[in-house]
Design a protein around this ligand. Sequence first.
Ligand code: IVH
Length: 704
Amino acid sequence: MPARPRTKRATKTKKDLSAADVPESARARVMELSDELRRHDVLYFQSDAPELSDADYDALRRELVALEAEYPSLLAPDSPSQRVGALPAEGFETAPHRSPMLSLDNAMNEDEMRAFEARIVKLLEFPKGGSQRIDLVAEPKLDGSGVELIYTKGRFVQGLTRGNGQTGEDVTVNLQRVPSIPTRLKSDDPPEIASIRGEIVLPLAAFEALNTARVGREQKPFENPRNAAAGSLRQIHNVDFERLGSLEFRGYALAEGRPAEFDRQSEILDLLRDWGFVISPQIGICHGVDEAIHFHERLLSQRGNLPVEIDGTVFKVDRIEQQETLGALARAPRWAIAFKFPPEQAETVLEEIEFQVGRTGALTPVARLRPVRVGGVTVSNASLHNQDEIERKDIRIGDRIVIQRAGDVIPQVVRVRLDRRKEALAEGRRLARRGLPARCPVCESQTVRLEGEAVTRCANLDCPAQLKNNLRHLASRSALDIDGLGEKRVDQLVETGLVAQLSDVFALEEASLTGLERMAEKSATNLIAAIERARQTTLPRLLIALGIRHVGETVAELLTDRFETLEGLLAASPKEVAAIEGIGPTIAESVSRFMADPSNRKELARFGELGVVLAAPRPKSASEETPRQSLEGLTFVLTGTLSRPRGEAKRLIEAAGGKVTGSVSRKTNFVVAGKDPGSKVKKATDLGVEILDEAGLEGLLTDD
Ligand code: IVH
């Protein structure tokens, strides 16, 4: 297969020169320049703290470009000279996979495994009377993050996340730091192009160390090793090289570059091992489904002692020829199956039930456990959902309980070991009778449980617990994205009274921050800089940041599409909000109630006074931009019955760069009138807005 361009990034034409001809001094200088430029890129683009003038920066860059032009073998794919414009702020470049990265079908029990075997036996149409035995390779199902690694002529050139299976994110620069990914294949005769598929995992010991360090730095711990692995791989700002160094890559497939003489999956695993990859040691060949089930049971019994998390056994038809006959459906191949393990359970003692107050004031019971290891992870909390669940399962403090971990670190309580309950569980009984606290455990105001609701809430809107949660939410990535406002920092700001309402964040000053415990001068400067950056935001982000119930990204976008500005939204009547397509009555009421509340209006005005500026939303990412948009800048209003659903017409207009709003104003460019149009046509006539029929719209959409 001819090599095709892999990323959208520009690459240069190089004259070929073998690496041996490069003087050592040039090699050293290229490395030095690359490191320096990378450091300055971070200072400039991410820390807003450049140390060099633009001219000095350009001089360094030009020197690098010149050396790379002279010695093309020194041009690394991730060289700073290859970067065009700003570092990607929203994410990584994307690139297509060489062939789709498929998923796996699951079997949950022996019957489903037998059905899998029966299916393939049938599809392979073995001659009658002959052997119907199929060899299956058994491999641990690694619970990590799938990636594709591309090697050209044996050199590692590109690594992609699985993404949507067709295209993934180009995380080459990060994968280059993973020790078990060889930069060169150990082979005298590597294929022209090899696509190796495998899993990036974070070993359990490294996972726990990472989470301990994160908690120490006031960052949210990762839910499970899988998320931590994916998160580490996708680091884009202030990349933590140590974290990347603790990841492990394990290979399991060769999607391209298979030498002809290798015609079994088991041989491919050997080949990958010879090339220098780590292959899971627990590999077996099973002759038929009975052996496969036996293998699975043995692996399950070893599960707790393995250094990495696995969640089942993958069985693959060994002979590649048979794999090819069986083929694949859209989502998964017919020649492989993942036999999943049941969730891991463990027993421990419930030491206490505490209540946490959420962003909306909801009180959630949390079980504090005597720490116990489940599947390699130590857990000390379990979720209890709500009071009904406590009562239904008759859970009491002091009980021995069975907990279950299905991938996440926070497990669920499965049941109480009633047979082990001691008579004297007085505290437990008291709790069962007492129900949820009548007063908020944080601010001590009265709690309420509305009829028909499963949750009890703290009714005090200024409750510090709610404020803390709201503040965390305000700082989160989809909201105002303020780096450095982690869990502990938020607690501190609220507890010291520096933040008593959300807008106070924008009144913070470096001097008052440096007075806080564990706040180094540098962190204070960084936090103030992050807040400064957050002042320039967009209406959707601000709406998300306010923590209005039911308002997430989609609703925030819909409100912005309709009202355009904050002033527009504040002036809108509840009816106008409720009329927006895609916004139901509950959401509309929540939005209107929030906007009508005088203290919220004051708070919004204060954001403005403290320098928060709303700009037009940025396009999501470069890759989503369409190069040519024929309806760019035009606003449409649809009315009457159209021959296609209104949502579809709206999407077509938006795809061509236009905007669709709900009501006619002077800013409207076209009103598209279907059958039985309403008052909007009259309003358009009054305002002198052009009216189109459907054919007119089609004309605009096709006429480019
Ligand atoms: S083979 C077409 N082998 O599980 C073959 N996948 O649920 C698909 N996974 O996306 C991949 N361990 O990320 C294969 N030994 C193993 C695996 C494995 C873990 C992951 C992989 C895949 C997912 C499907």
